[in-house]
Design a protein around this ligand. Structure first.
Ligand code: MD5
Ligand code: FE
Length: 208
């Protein structure tokens, strides 16, 4: 469903087996070399989500090659390929965005039952390419806003395990956030003990 121009939600894009495999990879990435951790914002605040990145390390608000003296794990080619298939699914395989899409970083965010993400824009990339979002585990309320302000008008959308969301075109710069997680809504068959994982695939537009 197209929520707004360029914002396409595909519920249930990943099969349960694909979700299980992606979860297993997330567990490996979370172990390091740069472990899942709370990012600290330049103002000193600690984000409630815990994050790990591939390809590039993300330090609010920039992408760097090394974080805490350690280099992030490489972006696996199969994950870049999954991002390409996601954009092809959302926009069609012959769309310019699908043809050009080659994500070079993945940001994995883990939300426990109380974690939130405030309204923000994703402006750390030097690229206008779409952002691909994949969700695992507990459902959440995803707040999709507008490009002008972090307040209303916005739309609340429920994101569930296995959902794909692609944010491109004018929606690439919309304010958005996660006001709440819905604890206990994840499929027990997935084997996540609780919480929500969101994997975003991005083109940093960086070369060095
Ligand atoms: C999440 N993560 O569900 C979201 C999914 C983040 C973040 O926001 O920065 O890690 S990505 C949602 C997104 C990206 C770019 C544009 C828009 C949404 N949008 O226009 O709403 O944990
Ligand atoms: Fe974001």
């Amino acid at each position: 469903a197209e929520i707004a121009p360029g914002a396409v939600h595909v519920p249930g894009w990943l099969s349960l087996q694909q979700q299980r495999e992606l979860l297993e990879r997330c567990r490996e990435w979370a172990r390091g070399p740069v472990p899942l951790r709370h990012a600290v914002l330049p103002g000193g605040g600690r984000m409630s989500v815990r994050s790990v990145t591939l390809g590039w390390d993300w330090e609010p608000y920039r992408y760097v090659r090394t974080g805490e003296g350690k280099r992030a794990l490489d972006m696996p080619p199969w994950l870049t390929g999954m991002g390409r298939r996601a954009v092809a699914e959302a926009y069609g395989p012959d769309s310019p965005d699908a043809r050009a899409y080659r994500p070079d970083t993945a940001l994995v965010n883990f939300y426990d039952a109380t974690a939130r993400m405030g309204m923000h824009q994703d402006r750390d990339e030097f690229s206008a390419a779409p952002i691909v979002s994949l969700s695992l585990g507990d459902a959440c309320v995803f707040r999709f806003g507008n490009t002008e302000t972090r307040s209303a008008p916005y739309r609340d959308v429920e994101l569930r395990s296995g959902d794909l969301f692609v944010f491109g075109g004018p929606s690439r710069w919309a304010f958005h956030g996660v006001p709440r997680i819905r604890p206990g809504t994840g499929d027990p068959e997935l084997g996540m003990k609780g919480g929500r994982l969101n994997i975003t695939l991005r083109m940093t537009g960086r070369t060095a």
